[in-house]
Design a protein around this ligand. Structure first.
Ligand SMILES: [Zn+2]
Length: 418
């Protein structure tokens, strides 16, 4: 269970609020719950749980599935409840280099209809804000969701973002955009026309993508999870503690791509430094290494065929035991391992998930990383986080991560319990 809350004080009002949050978060994590199960799970009396459940039913946050049939021992199966998927909706927008992608999900993070794509290759910042407005308007219209049922709007972009202030400090793709753009304020201003009264969240999209893996049940036992999201050119990530992003002073939290792995490296990163993880494991650098080493491996498929040297083919060749491809990926594994080692020494995550392009690099690659992280362990201690390759593959599932972030934030607010 990665969603747990700590009560800030022992006042009865705060304890009640804390318990309500805890029960609602259980429904996000598990389809069906009965009062005895909840009572057992959160160590609260059945009477208190029954009161909370009754309030949640009245607010239409959950629905009853009716009384169960008799058990073989002659007892009554308890009444089961599940989340009311239509209680609230979340709007999500990814501001990519080429497209804006928008979608709306229900309270169970299921997408309603198809995502909307708008070409934004040449868009100025002002045009982008206008397009965000148009996407939100279109999503509301096509889904039929009421404006008061929207629990949050999540905007994900690239570059360095100050999530607390809602400012894009520096966009990575949009080179012509100014620095320190107050996007949350500008978007909220535009959305006033739609009578929307919900939170607008802004962060680097990699942070929200981290939440996509939290929707998989096998992450629930971990309290502190680091995610590394990889594309062919970029690498970012998130640190999620008890279902919430770790606070960041300057918007750098989770920017694992700019961990300097090899300060003497000649590989220059977009950020201006040399030897950053992002630059070392990029497709461009993999091809560079391949071209440098290929003469030593005449039997490699990259020498015996006209197979194009790109990331996808290097991964595929490594899985087919091509020695050259294996060497290249082994170098990447080393870089990831150093970065994970450094994570262990700074915030010590229980789990590290590699998402995006490198999630397709195969089990051998994963084993190589685990082996290297173990070798780097301090004082010969055999303690490493659980490291895995993400199962999330398509855009729709990544967008669910954006929605899950805003839904978790919504249930942490006081508003849903009034
Ligand atoms: Zn860098």
């Amino acid at each position: 269970m990665n969603i747990a809350y700590q009560s800030s004080s022992n006042k009865p009002k705060d304890i009640k609020f804390h318990n309500q949050k805890l029960v609602l978060s259980l429904f996000l994590a598990n389809d069906y719950w009965s009062i005895p199960q909840i009572s057992e799970e959160i160590k609260l009396s059945k009477t208190s749980v029954a009161k909370i459940i009754s309030g949640m039913e009245q607010r239409e946050q959950i629905v009853s599935l009716g009384k169960g049939t008799s058990t073989s021992e002659g007892g009554k199966k308890p009444e089961l409840f599940r989340l009311n998927s239509e209680y609230r909706y979340a709007i999500v927008i990814d501001i990519g280099a080429e497209y804006l992608v928008g979608a709306i999900t229900n309270f169970s993070c299921e997408l309603i209809g198809e995502p909307i794509y708008k070409n934004a290759t040449e868009a100025t910042y002002e045009e982008t804000v206008q397009m965000i407005y148009e996407i939100v308007e279109m999503l509301l219209r096509t889904s039929g969701a009421a404006t008061e049922s929207i629990c949050g709007i999540t905007l994900g972009c690239d570059g360095i973002v100050d999530m607390d202030k809602g400012i894009i400090s520096c966009s990575a793709h949009k080179k012509t955009w100014a620095k320190n753009l107050k996007i949350r304020k500008d978007v909220a201003e535009k959305l006033k026309k739609l009578d929307l009264n919900c939170e607008v969240y802004v962060d680097n999209g990699c942070r929200y993508i981290g939440f996509a893996d939290l929707l998989c049940t096998d992450t629930r036992q971990y309290q502190c999870i680091a995610t590394i999201y990889t594309t062919k050119e970029f690498l970012g990530g998130s640190i999620i503690q008890k279902g919430h992003l770790l606070k960041s002073a300057n918007g750098f939290m989770g920017e694992f791509g700019h961990n300097i792995i090899d300060p003497k490296s000649k590989v220059r990163c977009e950020c201006g430094n040399y030897g950053c993880l992002e630059a070392l494991v990029s497709e461009k650098n993999l091809i560079q290494i391949l071209n440098e080493k290929r003469v030593q491996y005449p039997d490699s498929i990259f020498n015996t065929s006209d197979l194009e040297a790109d990331m996808e083919h290097i991964f595929a060749a490594a899985m087919e035991k091509d020695v050259l491809a294996g060497k290249i990926l082994s170098e990447s594994a080393e870089y990831f391992a150093i970065s994970i080692h450094n994570m262990m020494m700074t915030f010590d995550p229980e789990m590290v998930i590699i998402q995006g392009e490198y999630a397709r690099a195969g089990e051998d690659f994963l084993h190589e990383i685990c082996k290297r992280v173990t070798q780097l362990n301090v004082f010969g201690l055999d303690r490493i986080p659980h490291i895995s390759l993400s199962k999330v593959r398509n855009t729709e599932d990544l967008l669910k991560g954006y929605a899950y972030f805003s839904i978790l934030n919504y249930i942490a607010e006081k508003e849903p319990y009034r």
